[in-house]
Write a protein that binds this ligand. Structure first.
Ligand SMILES: O=C(O)[C@@H](CO)OP(=O)(O)O
Ligand SMILES: [Mg+2]
Length: 401
């Protein structure tokens, strides 16, 4: 029933106005799935490779589609993703592009779910998936590679850890986003937005910490539940080999100073989450920081692990981080993403499912996060390509309870 009978690929627009790959997968019994690849700006050096969409589509048509049509079953995700790997033949999907691969992989999962008549989260997670729902981490102030003339730290994320429901959490993040806008207005600061819809004001990182502290406290007071905040430091973008340190404008921090700085911020602001606090090659620094504050907060590896089981295993062996960011397009298939989540969970690492800065309205990650019982999902706060995931989470919570 789920034998694949057709795969169509096309170029569509993403939220930055760039082209990306969309895939349709059709099955023998009329099943249909459609998915689109997201795209990063602060991409990790060890990520699977995104090709220019036209090239990725041409290569996938030549190499992958013949191995899928009449050969693979949408209901058997490993057969689909195995065919994609075999068609590509490289470790980093440099032949057909991780963008073609991930779009086909996710579209096949949706087609498989469609044949069963099950929602995607149920198809992926099964009857024993657990009852928890992910808490959305909402990017409300940001800079780095996502906005010019703004903070050095890439993302300041609201984390509504005390929200009684998914819907309360989603609306709390939107309210924090709105509260930050009011605070900027009171301070006569311009409020442009970065790639993910976060405010990108021309303020120092220290001011952004203060704005976040005030905004989450105000909204928590109003709503009556705990809201913390966290960071994506995207420190690989701050790290400069020649300076041998982390560059914050005129200030350069050595690795030891960076670790002290992050540990101090965790203490001072009771941060719920810190992603990529150190360079993507610095397992040792990650381990030292995890040792210091890992019992108080999540130290998450994004560019460090790139959703890759081998890199995660190195991190586990080194005691680096206690959490992994999961981005299916970093590794190319849902199977690879699931394997990374499983390895993480077996070793006490929390898996946090994430969007990219360049997105479409594809909501697959909302289903992936629920299916795998992820404690957090990073999806932004406002903007159509962000709310597509958040609203899907609200629908899934309604459907599943
Ligand atoms: O660094 C990140 O975690 C992401 C998403 O917020 O950004 P990008 O997609 O640009 O890598
Ligand atoms: Mg990141």
């Amino acid at each position: 029933m789920t034998r694949i009978t057709g795969v169509r690929l096309r170029r569509i627009l993403d939220s930055r106005g760039n082209a990306t790959v969309e895939a349709d997968v059709l099955t023998e019994s009329g099943g249909f799935g459609r998915a689109a690849a997201p795209s990063g700006a602060s991409t990790g050096e060890y990520e699977a490779l995104e090709l220019p969409p036209s090239e990725a589509i041409a290569a996938a048509r030549k190499h992958a589609i013949p191995r899928l049509v009449d050969e693979a079953f949408a209901g058997d995700q490993r057969s689909v993703d195995g065919a994609l790997r075999a068609a590509d033949g490289t470790d980093d999907f440099s032949e057909i592009g991780a963008n073609s691969a991930v779009a086909i992989s996710m579209a096949a999962a949706k087609a498989g779910a469609d044949v069963l008549g099950a929602p995607l989260y149920q198809h992926l997670g099964g009857a024993f998936r657990g009852e928890n729902f992910p808490i959305p981490l909402g990017n409300v102030i940001g800079g780095g590679e996502h906005a010019k003339e703004a903070t050095h730290i890439q993302e300041f994320l609201a984390a509504p850890v005390g929200a009684p429901s998914v819907s309360d959490a989603v609306f709390a993040n939107a309210q924090v986003h709105g509260r930050v806008s009011e605070l900027l207005d009171e301070r006569d600061l311009p409020a442009g937005k970065g790639d993910e819809g976060a405010w990108a004001p021309p303020v120092s990182d220290a001011e952004a910490f203060d704005l976040m502290e005030e905004a989450v406290a105000d909204v928590a007071d109003d709503l009556g539940f705990e809201i913390k905040f966290g960071l994506d430091m995207a420190a690989a973008e701050l790290y400069d080999d020649e300076e041998d340190g982390y560059v914050y404008g005129d200030d350069v921090k050595s690795t030891a100073e960076q670790i002290d700085y992050v540990a101090d911020m965790v203490e001072e602001y009771d941060l719920a989450y810190v992603e990529d606090p150190l360079d993507e090659d610095d397992y040792e620094g990650f381990a030292e920081l995890t040792d210091r504050v890992g019992d108080q907060t999540l130290i998450c590896g994004d560019d460090l692990f790139v959703t890759n089981v081998a890199r995660l295993q190195d991190g586990i062996d080194a005691g680096a981080a206690n959490s992994i960011l999961i981005k299916p397009n970093q590794i190319g298939t849902l199977t690879d993403a699931f394997d990374a989540i499983e390895l993480a969970n077996r070793n006490g690492y929390d898996a946090v499912v994430s969007h990219r800065s360049g997105e479409t309205t594809d909501a697959t990650i909302a289903h992936l996060a629920v299916a795998t019982d992820a404690p957090f999902i990073k999806t932004g706060t406002v903007g159509g390509e962000r709310t597509a995931k958040l609203n899907e989470l609200i629908r899934i919570a309604e459907d599943a309870t």
